[in-house]
Design a binder for this molecule. Sequence first.
Ligand SMILES: Cc1cc2nc3c(=O)[nH]c(=O)nc-3n(C[C@H](O)[C@H](O)[C@H](O)COP(=O)(O)O)c2cc1C
Length: 330
Amino acid sequence: MAKIGNIDVGDFPLLLAPMEDVSDPPFRALCKEQGADVVYTEFISSEGLIRDAAKSVMKLDIYEKERPVGIQIFGAVLESMLRSIEIVEASGPDIIDINFGCPVKKVVSKGAGAGILKDIDLMVSLTEAMVKHTNLPITVKTRLGWDHDSIKIVEVAERLQDVGCKAISIHGRTRAQLYKGNADWAPIADVKNNQRMHIPVFGNGDVDTPERAMEMRDKYGLDGAMIGRASIGYPWFFREVKHFFETGTHCAPPTMTERVEAAKRHLQMSIDWKGEKLGVFETRRHYTNYFKGIPDFKQYRMKMVTSDESVDVFAAFDEVLEKFGDFQFS
Ligand SMILES: Cc1cc2nc3c(=O)[nH]c(=O)nc-3n(C[C@H](O)[C@H](O)[C@H](O)COP(=O)(O)O)c2cc1C
């Protein structure tokens, strides 16, 4: 059984990765329904929060049904991080996660995200200060290192644990790799195999089939799998992994009716949450995956992604159901 602080997250939990513009409340709700054990918000700027930037503050919204939920923040300035913890706490998350892995230049150049991998002492002292500043469990998400020549993740993880970090999720790439090449899970297993480690070590990067999730559990011996891209527009990935763990077989892919239902609920929840315009616009990215595999789908997809009116998008969903209701997904 893995535990994040006092929160029991089950045996080999599946965690929905924090993903900018993806891991919002509607998407998290769908993933939770399909078996995600822990969900995270996208990263939220500590500087944005303390300036009360509306965009950052909106990202703090969480719903009861998604618990346990972690709010992820990033930054490199101690005062801002501490002040933002107080703001985050007011939203009532179960976990506060620190992003020490974002490779994007505008984040890294400020020493935040993966930028902090160049200054491990700062990474540790920031974490320690944050742990002391809240009663909520602080967790860390990071990468293997800055680049191939500076991988010290075993030592880094141990130091983070020693200052009170309650779990660590490790993406098996360096900052230099961005998303290139394959994620390497061996160094993550080294972290887990360190006899001194007692907090959960979650693996991340390229878990894109149930078999890969099983490999992460059985071959690499990690405590859980954090899943990102495989879930985008496909929240059923979580149930597929769970079914595979339970039975050793693959469950049937979601039917067209299920897909249309999910797409409709996703859109409706997005509209309820952020209004018609943004709801319609920001849900678009998911549709390609919801309906992946249907031949000659482009004209229908275009209907879903070109109108600014939800009524048109809902009508396009109904049309797809009528036209392809019997389509067999493989
Ligand atoms: C669209 C997108 C947005 C992301 N945003 C974040 C983020 O806000 N915070 C974070 O820690 N990682 C972020 N990531 C990285 C993912 O959490 C994850 O580490 C990475 O995608 C590797 O896992 P995967 O192979 O399962 O996708 C993002 C990834 C993607 C694809």
